[in-house]
Structures are given as structure tokens and as C-alpha cells.
Design a protein around this ligand. Structure first.
Ligand code: ATP
Ligand code: MG
Length: 585
């Protein structure tokens, strides 16, 4: 068992979830639903109403909901009241264009205010929202828009020119392109002006009755293990977004909260748009990309109190060094959380060195729609663990037998596939056009996540690896995360990615790819030192036999190490779908 970081670290306010066991016992989803208002007159549940309109009817109307930081250093703030009115305008604009409930509205914009207004207005109109990461090339955009049957696209003139014009003739369902432009002037042919549409539309809109299971969102997975899948989510998901924001991110009404994820990924929507708004907090939205110094300035100057980020960003900050952090003061920070990839114990502890606070890892997927396992504020942290299940979530480790039956593993420390009892509100309801694949994710009432994990005797879950990434060597099943975390302990290592290579004797042998922190030279001596360190910590059977230095590791645009690509390249196999590959690597 690794060490523990005591819960008292960093608690400035009383956590929303003070007693995990007691809260879990009394929790029901029906009770969580009671924390939201529902549409007036019991007309159902609509994400946008819960996010902005219900606050707009209270004193919270004048509270800042979004503080947008432009790339050029300027900023713009929107109150809950303003968001409510502006999203009404967009809902009316959709109506004037003949868009109906259930139609698909896509956004390809980067993190600009129109994205947030478009999302909220789309939900009000009961259309379905899908954001695409703006760095995608034309082909991945075309594929996703056709798969999602896009009727409307909100984008910018620059993105339109580079990414849409080349494929516009191949987007048969697309009826309207709305361009958000900073410059005056007539929009190009076959496009509409965002400003003109918004101006012409009324800011009064009544949301029609919305069923909890009406579709609200399409989200494509990260493509870490293969071709990205389109996950379908419904309005009822807002119950999970809200309560997980409150319990797992510990959002309090006075927080300044910053989720660094782009809404092109599910984190940037569930926790970059919905959860902070339903919880009534002020959210920072930064238009710019990662830059360690810019980020520290944002934390300091905007007095961020709750910060939700990802392991890849944390590792980049670690790479930039502690000196830079120490030039900044962040006394308002009180809760740090991370998601998206396993968070190495080193990274959890680095939070304590850098900010006096540990990072709280939590686990979830595009398919789960919201946080499922978390290190809660009032819990001791075990660095390297994903924490415990959210109240209302029944998690288990399972093995599926040949007949497809599920056996639940009860023994502590035994590994199995992480499974969740189906039926929580933000559970995905389909994979677009892949109903068979959807069905195979469920067995005996369990949703099978595709991730392997184990649980210790105190109920903490530990990530082992994705089923596809697990390495079989000399009779052992090894998760790459364990090996990568040990390599990360070495002061020279910035990032590590580990794969299994076919081997006639061991079945697979472990190979590590390592990128170094600045100031370290990739030479034979260091290579040997790293292999020896891993052997010492892991034992000869589990330690990597081969180690190669890399400038950087291939990652998805959402920051996940693509081990399948390391492996394909190593073995000279086809590289598969690369639409989500971060192209600077
Ligand atoms: P694809 O399904 O297309 O291969 P993906 O699984 O990476 O892509 P996402 O839904 O964005 O797409 O990511 C969810 C996955 O990310 C989880 O199944 C898990 O493997 C990993 N993950 C997320 N959070 C954590 C965490 N805290 N610890 C370990 N792994 C995590
Ligand atoms: Mg996945």
C-alpha cells in the first residue's frame, strides 16, 4: 500500500460531502434530482434551464457565470442573467431557421463565448448539441458531422475556410452554417452571420416540455483505443453533472472554478459548461492553449479556487519546474482535481510541493457522462488511486465467463474489469449507428467499462490499464500504468508510455518509451540507470526490458498517451485511425 495524504490538506471550507459512508447510505438519484428545479409547471427537465434560467430568476442573475479570457489578453464576463437572455436568442434563431427538436447542432469554434451560448440555446430548443475540437482536420470533421447528421454548424470564418469549404459538398444533411465573426462585412456565400441572427432574434423564449430521456448531446470518444465512437446523452444527465460537480469537485457558490478541458471532449462539456453553471459558480474559460506561465497567471490573477485539469497538463507543468510556480501566489486555490488518464502518484504529490494541495484524481468516460469514481475532498488521498464510487454508483470488478455471464470479484486486490450497475442518469443511451457494439457493453445489468482495475481492502479503486493495453509477460498480467509510474519517479523522466511486444519466451516483453525533463541528456548511461531503477522497484519479471527515449509521446488531442500507436509503430503495423492524434508529435 502506498502512502496516504491526509484529508486536512487544503480544506478551507466545509466539504459538501463530509462523511462519505453516511452520504452514500442516504443517497438516491431521486433525491439528487430534487436539488434541481425542473421546468416550471412540471414540464420536465432541461439542461439549459437548470444551468442558467433557474439562476436568472434569483439574485444569482447578476453573478458572473462565465469569465472569458481571450487569447489576446482581453476578457469578457457574462452573468447568469445575460447567459439566459443570450441563449434565448440563439434558441429563437434556431427556430427561425426551421430547426426542430432532435435536430443536430454542431459547433467548431474553439473556446469562444458563442460556443457556450450555442450549447445552451440548442438545449433550450431541445435540439442536440455536438462540439468538435477545432484542431480536427477536414476529414475527421466530415466523418463526425455525417455520422451525427448535422443540420446546423456554428463556426468561425477562419475555420470555415480551412476545414469546412473543402468538404462542404460532402455534408448532405447540413442546412445552415452560422459564422461567428469579429469583423464586420457580408458573410461568404451559403453562410449566415451569428451577429445578424442574434440581433434579429428575441431574447424571450419558453422552453417546451422536455422529457428526461430526450437526447441532448452527442460526444465522440477520444479514439485512444480505436476509431472514436459517438456516445448519445440525454437531458436527465444534468442530475449527474450537478451532483458530481457538487460532491466530487466540491463546488461551492462562491468558487471561481476553472476546468481546462476543451468542450470538444466530454469533460469540457459536462464540467466546463453544465456542472459549474448548475452549481451557480463563476467559471473561467480560457481561449488559449496550454502555457505553464499563462496558466499560473490565470490561477493567481483570477483567484481560482477549484481547478479541474488533466494528467498531461500536470506533467507539462512538472516539466516546466517548481521555480516558475513559486513566482506566483495562489492563496485562493483550495481544491485540485484531475481526470482523463491515470494520475501518477508523483503528480499527486507534486501538487503538494507546488500548491500545497494534492491533486484529487477521478475516473470516468465519455460513456458514463459524469464522474463515477473520485477522491472526495473529505477523504484521505492514496496517491495513484482513482478513489471511491460516487454515491448512487454501484461499482464492481468483474470477470465475464465464456457464456457472457458476469462474476463479481469480491477479494481485495484481485484485478478485474471495472463495471458499473447500469441506470445512472448520465449513462450513454447509444453509440451512434453501432447498436450491436452498445449491447456488448452490457451484461447481467452491468455496464462494462473496458478498463481493468483492482480495489484495496478499504474500498479505493486502482487503475491497472485498458483491457487492450494490458501486457501479458511471463505469466503476469501487467498494467502499463504501474510501470510508467515507477519510471516517473526518476527525476529525469517527464513522461513514460509502456507497451508489450510479442516475445517467443515471455509471450510479451515490456518496452518503455520515455521523454525527459529539460536538463537531462538521452544517453546510454541514463537508459541503463532507468532500467535499473525500474528493475529495483518492480522486480525483474515486471520491469521493462527495453527502453527508448522519445522527444515526446504520441497523444490524443485530449492528452492521452496513445499506446496503440507506440505499439503499431514499434511493430510496423498499420497505425489505424489517427483523427484524434495531436499532430505536433
Ligand atoms: P476510446 O474509447 O475512443 O478509445 P477513450 O476511452 O480515451 O477513447 P474517453 O471517454 O475520453 O475516451 O476516455 C475515457 C478513458 O480514459 C477511461 O476509460 C480510462 O481508460 C481513461 N481514464 C479517464 N480517467 C482516468 C483516471 N482517473 N485514471 C485512469 N484512467 C482514466
Ligand atoms: Mg473508451
Amino acid at each position: 500500500m502506498s502512502d496516504v495524504i491526509r484529508k486536512s490538506v487544503g480544506l478551507g471550507v466545509a466539504p459538501n460531502l463530509a462523511d462519505y459512508a453516511a452520504y452514500k447510505r442516504q443517497f438516491t438519484w431521486a433525491r439528487a434530482r430534487q436539488e434541481l428545479d425542473g421546468l416550471p409547471g412540471s414540464q420536465g427537465l432541461n439542461i439549459a434551464y437548470e444551468a442558467v434560467d433557474r439562476h436568472a430568476h434569483t439574485v444569482r442573475a447578476i453573478h458572473a457565470a462565465i469569465r472569458w479570457l481571450a487569447r489576446d489578453g482581453s476578457k469578457r464576463e457574462f452573468t447568469f442573467g445575460e447567459l439566459s437572455l443570450l441563449s434565448n436568442r440563439f434558441a429563437n434563431a434556431l427556430s427561425s431557421l426551421g430547426i426542430n427538436a432532435g435536430d443536430r447542432v454542431f459547433a467548431l469554434t474553439g473556446r469562444i463565448p458563442a460556443l457556450y451560448l450555442a450549447a445552451l440555446g440548442t438545449w433550450k430548443h431541445r435540439a442536440v448539441f455536438c462540439t468538435l475540437f477545432s484542431a480536427f482536420g477536414p476529414e475527421p470533421i466530415r466523418q463526425r458531422m455525417n455520422l451525427g447528421e448535422a443540420s446546423v454548424l456554428v463556426t468561425t470564418p477562419a475555420l470555415y475556410k480551412r476545414k469546412i469549404i473543402p468538404v462542404r459538398a460532402d455534408l448532405p444533411t447540413l442546412k445552415h452554417v452560422i459564422l461567428v465573426s469579429e469583423n464586420e462585412g457580408a458573410p461568404p456565400p451559403n453562410t449566415l452571420s451569428w451577429d445578424a441572427l442574434m440581433e434579429a432574434s428575441s431574447d424571450a423564449y419558453t422552453i417546451a416540455p422536455t422529457r428526461p430521456d430526450d437526447i441532448a448531446l452527442l460526444h465522440f470518444t477520444s479514439g485512444t483505443t480505436g476509431i472514436p465512437k459517438g456516445a448519445v446523452h440525454v437531458h436527465e444527465a444534468v442530475v449527474a453533472h450537478h451532483i458530481t460537480g457538487k460532491l466530487a469537485l466540491d463546488l461551492h457558490p462562491d468558487d471561481i472554478y476553472w476546468c481546462t478541458a476543451d468542450p470538444g471532449w466530454v469533460t469540457g462539456t459536462s464540467y466546463g459548461i453544465i456542472a459549474p453553471l448548475t452549481n451557480g459558480v463563476t467559471s473561467i474559460v480560457d481561449e488559449a492553449e496550454f502555457d505553464a506561465e499563462r496558466w499560473y497567471n490565470i490561477l493567481q490573477n483570477h483567484r481560482v479556487s477549484v481547478w479541474y485539469t488533466a494528467p498531461t497538463a500536470i506533467r507539462m507543468m512538472m516539466k516546466a519546474g517548481l521555480d516558475l510556480v513559486r513566482q506566483h501566489r495562489t492563496p485562493d486555490l483550495r481544491f485540485l482535481a484531475s481526470v482523463g488518464e491515470p494520475l501518477n502518484p508523483e503528480a499527486v504529490r507534486w501538487g503538494v510541493d507546488a500548491f500545497g494541495l494534492p491533486f484529487h484524481d477521478n475516473w470516468w468516460q465519455t460513456e458514463t457522462g459524469g464522474i463515477m469514481l473520485a477522491n472526495f475532498a473529505a477523504m484521505d488521498i492514496r496517491p495513484g488511486s482513482m478513489g471511491k464510487p460516487m454515491p448512487g454508483i454501484e461499482a464492481a470488478l468483474v470477470a465475464q465467463d465464456k457464456a457472457g455471464r458476469i462474476n463479481v470479484i469480491e477479494n481485495p486486490d484481485e484485478q478485474g474489469e471495472l463495471a458499473l450497475k447500469a441506470g445512472w442518469p448520465s449513462m450513454f443511451r447509444a453509440y451512434l449507428n453501432q447498436s450491436d457494439r452498445y449491447k456488448t457493453c452490457f451484461a447481467d445489468g452491468w455496464y462494462l467499462t473496458g478498463d481493468l482495475a483492482k480495489r484495496d481492502c478499504d474500498g479505493y479503486y486502482w487503475f491497472i490499464g485498458r483491457k487492450d493495453d494490458v501486457i501479458k509477460t511471463s505469466g503476469h498480467l501487467i498494467g502499463p500504468f504501474e510501470v510508467e509510474s515507477v519510471l516517473m519517479e526518476h527525476p529525469a523522466v517527464a513522461e513514460a508510455g509502456v507497451i508489450g511486444k510479442p516475445d517467443p519466451v515471455a509471450f510479451e516483453l515490456i518496452k518503455a518509451f520515455v521523454s525527459l525533463k529539460s536538463g537531462y541528456a538521452a544517453n546510454e548511461e541514463l537508459r541503463r540507470a532507468l532500467l535499473a531503477h525500474a528493475r529495483h522497484r518492480l522486480g525483474a519479471a515486471i520491469a521493462p526490458k527495453q527502453l527508448e527515449f522519445a522527444q515526446s509521446l504520441p497523444k490524443t488531442r485530449s492528452g492521452k498517451i496513445m499506446r496503440r500507436l507506440l505499439k503499431a509503430r514499434e511493430l510496423g503495423l498499420p497505425e489505424g485511425d489517427l483523427s484524434t492524434l495531436e499532430t505536433s508529435t
